[in-house]
Design a protein around this ligand. Structure first.
Ligand SMILES: CC(C)(COP(=O)(O)OP(=O)(O)OC[C@H]1O[C@@H](n2cnc3c(N)ncnc32)[C@H](O)[C@@H]1OP(=O)(O)O)[C@@H](O)C(=O)NCCC(=O)NCCS
Length: 187
């Protein structure tokens, strides 16, 4: 199954993470603005090393989640990471997550990388539904999901504590046939 990777899009390469990715990962996982609306705090070097060791094992095989690095084709720079989690194997439910370095945001890379990830989820992993959760105060995240054609399914208000206060959470999702209707049949 690892022969699937890398996944190549117009401007990006999505590939399994390597030990050599440590510095590039630390460059954005350590930033408060990247961690602000995620379930984790800015990561120090030890935390990034721990995460990288874990993520390198997440290869999408045998129900394990999938974690991929996002690399710029033009320079080979690792600019972000994307995640596909398998939440209910029988009902084929998947969850996506994504982070990019701030200095490459708003250039359509999120759309390109997450679009390829969703395609992979429906195409290769035969998922039925893919969802993403985000903070209602994080338009970069929910507008990205809207641009990808995902529907807002839920708006939870103060249903959990998040970083010392009440949370405000959106759920977005798309079904396999909705994705196909928007993007055409599998190639
Ligand atoms: C969320 C994230 C991956 C988006 O990636 P990106 O490459 O900047 O997104 P894109 O350039 O593909 O933008 C897609 C759409 O999202 C919207 N968008 C992106 N950034 C935005 C921002 N800062 N504010 C408002 N809307 C934004 C735009 O509508 C855009 O479409 P448009 O350019 O046609 O108008 C990126 O902002 C990020 O890594 N943020 C920090 C980590 C994070 O919060 N991850 C999500 C946790 S749930």
């Amino acid at each position: 199954m690892s022969a699937l990777y890398p996944i190549v899009t117009d401007r990006l390469i999505l590939r399994r993470l390597l030990l050599d990715d440590f510095e590039a990962l630390h460059a954005f996982l350590s930033l408060p603005e990247v961690a602000q609306y995620q379930f984790w705090e800015p990561m120090d070097r030890d935390k990034v090393a721990e995460k990288l060791a874990d993520w390198m094992t997440l290869d999408g095989e045998e129900g394990r989640h999938l974690e991929l690095g996002v690399v710029l084709k033009s320079s080979g720079r690792l600019i972000g990471d994307v995640f596909l989690g398998f939440r209910d194997l029988e009902a084929r439910q998947g969850e996506i997550g994504f982070s990019l370095h701030p200095d490459v945001q708003r250039q359509g890379y999120g759309f390109e990388a997450v679009g390829a990830l969703i395609d992979l989820g429906f195409e290769h992993y035969a998922l039925h539904r893919i969802f993403g959760r985000c903070d209602a105060r994080n338009p970069a995240s929910y507008k990205l999901m809207e641009k990808l054609g995902m529907r807002r399914e839920a708006h939870f208000r103060e249903h959990a504590l998040f970083k010392g206060g009440w949370d405000e959470e959106y759920y977005y999702a798309i079904l396999e046939h909705e994705w196909r209707a928007k993007n055409g049949p599998a190639s």
